[in-house]
Design a protein around this ligand. Structure first.
Ligand code: CU
Length: 133
C-alpha cells in the first residue's frame, strides 16, 4: 500500500518536473530568439497594422506582412530615450522623432508582394524590415 503511494508520488514528481523544465525552456527560447515574427500584425476594418517596438533597437527586426492591403506601422515606445526614437523610413520619405512613450501610427500604403519597407534610426545603427508577400 505505502509502496504504491510512493510510486504514484514519484510519477507525479517526475511528470511535474518534466512539464516545468519543458515549459521553462521553451518560454526562454521565445524570449531570446524573436528574430522573425508573423504574429505582430493584425487586420482591423480592412487595414493591416504591423506592431514594432522601438527601444534600444527595433523588435521584431523582421516582420512578415500581407501584400495588397492598406498597411500601417504601429511604432510602440516605452521609456525610449535612445536613438531608435529618431526614425526614418526613406522609401516613404518619413523622418520623425517618436515620443518617449506611446504609439505612433505610420501609413505606409498598400504594398506588392516582394516589397520591403525598411526603417532605420537616425545614425543608421538600428534597423528593421517589413517584408510583404
Ligand atoms: Cu541610432
Amino acid at each position: 500500500m505505502s509502496k504504491n503511494i510512493s510510486i504514484i508520488l514519484a510519477v507525479i514528481i517526475i511528470v511535474g518536473t518534466g512539464y516545468f523544465v519543458l515549459g521553462g525552456s521553451s518560454s526562454n527560447t521565445n524570449g531570446n530568439q524573436i528574430v522573425v515574427s508573423e504574429n505582430n500584425n493584425e487586420i482591423k476594418d480592412g487595414v493591416q497594422y504591423v506592431n514594432i517596438t522601438a527601444r534600444g533597437g527595433y523588435t521584431p527586426r523582421t516582420s512578415i506582412a500581407k501584400a495588397g492591403i492598406p498597411t500601417k506601422l504601429v511604432m510602440k515606445t516605452n521609456g525610449t530615450y535612445d536613438c531608435s526614437a529618431a526614425l526614418a523610413i526613406r522609401s516613404i520619405g518619413y523622418r520623425q522623432m517618436l515620443p518617449p512613450n506611446g504609439e505612433t501610427i505610420i501609413d505606409v500604403g498598400t504594398l506588392k508582394a516582394g516589397d520591403v519597407i525598411q526603417g532605420v534610426c537616425a545614425m543608421g545603427m538600428y534597423s528593421f524590415v517589413v517584408k510583404f508577400g
